[in-house]
Design a protein around this ligand. Sequence first.
Ligand code: 5GP
Ligand code: MN
Length: 345
Amino acid sequence: MLTKVIEQAKIDRFERWMGHAERIVIIAHVAPDGDAIGSSLGLWHFMNSQDKIANVIVPNAFPDFLKWMPGSKDILLYDHYKDFADKLIAEAEIICCLDFNSLSRIEAIANSLKAAKGKKMLIDHHLSPEEFCDITISHPGASSTSELVFRLMCRMGYFGDITKECAECIYTGMMTDTGGFTYNSNNREIYFIIGELLSKGIDKDDIYRKVYNTYSESRLRLMGYILSQMQVYPDYHAALISLTKKEQGHFDYIRGDSEGFVNIPLTIKGVACSCFLREDTEKSTIKVSLRSVGTFPCNQIAAEFFNGGGHLNASGGEFCGTMDEAKRVWECALEKFKPLLNAKG
Ligand code: 5GP
Ligand code: MN
């Protein structure tokens, strides 16, 4: 049995909306990850099972290793189909916002969402959601937004309508947002949910292989190169990896090729915080990814030094400046957080 995490009044209200609505739009965040796509497609399959006309819209492309997911071909990329997407958003009776806590996370879609007349619901697990929806289902304790979508469908009484395809999407989101159930994954109810998803016929081992064992040769060689350049700070229990545009050119880098790299330094004994600095291919900024283990709050570094935020163990931000400057800021952050980092050592 699952704890009733989502407030009943919100579920009741959403059910009332659903009773009257035909056209549903589901929106997830920029550079969608496994949970953004998994939760959106999970909800999309569910809406289809209820004979709704549903569309998933995301700001831009998502990684190839998610393209096997059932329904992924129907996802609308806003940067390619803006006019059509704007029409769908304007005409939607319900708009479900998944896996983001701030309008800035959907970039160019934000204006259309703000102008839309439809009823809006947020389902998310990031801290401190902005108030831009009529219903806000926000549970930072949840492993993933996908878990929350599963809980919502069940609480509405539709477990029976969850198809194998829907279950595959939900599982993928839960798996990717917990690093294959290696962090944020101590709530035993997660494993009850996995049992329920398995009862729908999903092959979790196959899903793991489809998501994680699909490297291209150039990605693996890039990984080898980045790790050979890695900087370890033993006195700070931290490590840094980086990737400049020039280096990207040497390895035929395509978006997503460095997905997950930031986790690798955490496999060094004693390293409690890992940082990955990557020059953006489109903007002249540096994308910052941070990961930590245990109770070290890497989101505080993201917020204080890189204009970002996120979860305790997985956060990120952006830096305007050169790679060398970004490295110096990271080293300042280490100095400031040295006592906390050493407490983890
Ligand atoms: P990633 O390193 O995978 O890009 O991001 C990990 C997590 O950090 C995301 O799920 C999100 O919560 C947070 N995050 C990443 N980039 C940003 C950012 O620029 N701003 C904020 N506020 N959070 C971010
Ligand atoms: Mn998520």
